[in-house]
Design a protein around this ligand. Sequence first.
Ligand code: NAD
Ligand code: TYD
Length: 358
Amino acid sequence: MKKILVTGGAGFIGSHVVRRFVNNYPDYQIYNLDALTYAGNLENIADVEKQSNYTFIKGDITDADFIDDLFQKERFDAVIHLAAESHVDRSITDPLAFVKTNVIGTMNLLNAAKTIWNAGKAQLNGAKDNFENKRFYHVSTDEVYGSLGATGLFTETTSYDPNSPYSASKASSDHFVRAYGETYGLPFVITNCSNNYGPNHFPEKLIPLFINNIINHKPLPVYGDGKYTRDWLYVIDHAIAIDLVFHKGKNHQTYNIGGFNEWQNIDLVKLLCEKMDEKLGRKQGESEQLISYVKDRPGHDLRYAIDSSKINKELGWKPTVTFEEGLSKTIDWYLSNEEWLKNVTSGEYQNYYSNQYE
Ligand code: NAD
Ligand code: TYD
């Protein structure tokens, strides 16, 4: 039985990773460690909470003593680290929160893993390395590479050039993971992924915020001229990639994950409006009226685009759904989970823990 610690499993991407691992790997014990910040929602994984190979732990990765004790007690075989402060706009107003969770929190996990995985070394009496069969998987973002101009793609060798406090904190944590690999031999993999979308996405990010606003006839605040470009990936395709890299990725390697699916924000928003009108039975063009150009985000990166050929060639990964399909599935999910959306926007979701676990 492999013991795997997944951090941030009550969040958007983490919930899909936890569900996939709990359902597909009955021989693994999956521990979901999450502080349940505003972004953590146990309703996201309510469907697996009764399964015997799933354990939820409420806890904060910034608390070094707590993390050390947890690793001593559970002696995990592997870590898949997703817990983070993840929203660029919040990082502009409160950068320190991002340093605490994304940098210090990652450091605490690295230190605990290093200590536990090396602890048996002396007892094993000359065993080559107790790091064998261990893995620290750090989930990161393409935003660490900074901004592209009109052409070009981020590859695994693109220099880091982060522009927002969010991306600077993720870049820092990536560097520490790599440094622990080089300095202490900690076995790690890092993936840098493009913008995700899909079910369970917190409605502060572009796609779920705009879906919610369209449902409620509220304005759609497009930053600047709307010409900013992102590469969008359906979240379940990201979870599939994480599964693949976790099992087959090479140690001490980075893999870029992206959808080969670039959209200028304004074109994406118009497509979303069109699809929403269709699904809500509204007159075509009605939702587009809600678009409102607002003041730009400071330090706004112009364009992200990922070259995922390494993971494609080495591990055979590619997205399984087109953007049209993924967007359609996403809208359908939000329209048939209005209760989820209502709970999230009202704050009611934060009572789920006390209702289920206390
Ligand atoms: P999210 O904000 O939806 O979820 C983050 C989760 O981490 C939440 O459940 C939250 O409660 C938990 N958390 C936050 N601080 C914590 C702490 N101190 N201790 C324990 N748990 C804590 O984020 P997401 O969008 O699912 O992103 C997950 C990971 O993937 C992040 O590391 C992010 O940088 C990375 N990533 C995200 C995207 C994207 O498009 N969303 C793209 C690439 C990479
Ligand atoms: P977001 O979903 O916040 O992801 P990220 O900043 O990590 O790429 O934003 C995606 C794009 O949409 C980004 O260019 C900023 C823009 N945006 C808006 O125009 N309006 C909004 O209200 C939000 C949240 C984002």
